[in-house]
Design a protein around this ligand. Structure first.
Ligand SMILES: Nc1nc2c(ncn2[C@@H]2O[C@H](COP(=O)(O)OP(=O)(O)OP(=O)(O)O)[C@@H](O)[C@H]2O)c(=O)[nH]1
Ligand SMILES: [Mg+2]
Length: 404
């Protein structure tokens, strides 16, 4: 997210050194840096080296100790890297000092995620949301810090920024721009609310796919509604919400199904704020299909993170079906005994189904679960008082069982 004048002209992908710092045994620390590498690749960078280290607390000036900074510098030189990406959030001062020390642009996880969003945004609203998040990130950093080196090299975080014309803008002008973008978003939001109200009046049962990025939401969406949403082995392949009708024979009618943006751990808070309307839309559903990559080594963390973000956007009470995807990638001994079961957590029972969106396994069972939820919802709407939002969940244990 560092705007540079000639950024578009960099040749080939940015060669990046990845750095992970385990601060006092933080629980979200990823010693493999695999996710950061995937993020970097999704942004078009080429991760050429990785280094992890531990510290009790971040160094105020350099985030890491100066000895470690020298090691990183040796890696940069040894691999002819063009930039360094930290898995942890850096303060503006740490980023500036590191760039001076290392002689190449330095980005952090937040900047990387913002950049991927900027590259992917297609809709008017998506672009506005990304611009707002980027401006808010930049506002704290743009203090005449553009060194000769950065102007010459461009590098990490330089593509898809708010635009080159903004390089020389001072904070006041950024502040003005933030106001304009917010006002435009406000307008889009009002239109969205109107659409939402009319959809609600139409009485359709709304189902949203949610889940960690790369879990297979779009692949499942395509398999269920025979659509062709963009699915790829990239983080944040999907940014804009797509909705289609899903016909359920066992119900004798269609429900609406939406594919949405994925979640990730340490999602930049500014981004969540800027994307509130989109996320809200995603979760303005009667039922969430929470898609989980069952083959991921960090499956449980991903599941917990998604539930955490759902709580943050007030969607924790919406009924869920856990869809454990990528069944085809599980070893024989990891496979579940039953295709459908249920998970108890905090006194809430959530149905779970194992599927392979890629192969089409388990989709009939999933359709049956969705139909059952829609049917219950219809019953609830007819009989229950509107003040019992938990009614659907409380009913959840009544599950169709498959044989062992
Ligand atoms: N082996 C296997 N791969 C799958 C399955 N479902 C999805 N994938 C792969 O997982 C990757 C991510 O799939 P997507 O459908 O784009 O995932 P997503 O959740 O929509 O990801 P974002 O939009 O980036 O958040 C792709 O390479 C898919 O081919 C599955 O059942 N089995
Ligand atoms: Mg997707």
């Amino acid at each position: 997210m560092i705007p540079a004048e000639t950024s578009a002209a960099i040749d080939g992908p940015t060669r990046a050194v990845l750095v992970g710092v385990d601060i006092g045994g933080a629980e979200s620390f990823d010693p493999t840096l695999d996710e950061l590498a995937l993020l970097a690749q999704s942004a078009g960078d080429d991760p050429v080296a990785r280094i992890v280290t531990r510290r009790k607390a971040p160094d105020a000036a350099l985030f890491v100790g100066s000895g470690k900074a020298d090691e990183i510098k040796a890696l940069v030189l040894g691999h002819r890297a063009d930039g360094v990406i930290f898995d942890q959030a850096l303060s503006p001062a740490q980023q500036r000092n590191l760039e001076r020390h290392l002689g190449v642009p330095v980005a952090d996880r937040t900047a990387l995620i913002l950049e991927i969003f900027a590259q992917r945004a297609r809709s008017h609203e998506g672009k506005l949301q990304v611009e707002l998040a980027q401006l808010q990130y930049l506002a704290t950093r743009l203090v005449r810090r553009w060194s000769h080196l950065e102007r010459q090299r461009g590098g990490i975080g330089t593509r898809g920024g708010p635009g080159e014309a903004q390089i020389e803008l001072d904070r006041r002008m950024i502040g003005e721009r933030i106001k304009t973008v917010k006002a435009r978003l406000e307008k889009v939001k009002r239109q969205r609310n109107t659409q939402r109200r009319s959809r609600r009046r139409s009485g359709a049962f709304r189902v949203s796919l949610v889940g960690y990025t790369n879990a297979g939401k779009s692949t499942l969406f395509n398999a269920l509604v025979k659509a062709r949403a963009y699915a790829a082995d990239q983080l944040f392949a999907t940014l804009d919400t797509t909705t289609r009708q899903l016909w359920l024979a066992e119900l004798g009618r269609a429900v609406s199904l939406s594919d949405t943006v994925g979640f990730i751990r340490d999602l930049p808070h500014k981004l969540v704020e800027a994307f509130e309307a989109t996320l809200q839309e995603a979760c303005d559903a009667d039922l969430l299909l929470h898609v989980v990559d069952a083959a991921s080594a960090t499956r449980d963390e991903q599941l917990a993170e998604v539930n955490r973000v759902l709580a943050e956007i007030d969607a924790a009470d919406i009924a869920q079906i856990l869809v454990f995807n990528k069944l085809d990638r599980l070893d024989a001994n990891q496979r579940p005994r039953e295709a459908i079961d249920a998970i108890e957590h905090d006194g809430v029972t959530t149905p779970r189904v194992f599927v392979s969106a890629l192969r089409g396994d388990g989709l009939d069972a999933l359709r049956a679960l969705i139909a059952a939820a829609a049917r219950r919802d219809g019953l609830n709407a007819a009989t229950a008082s509107p003040s019992s939002p938990d009614a659907v969940r409380a009913d959840a244990p009544a599950l169709p069982r498959t044989g062992t």
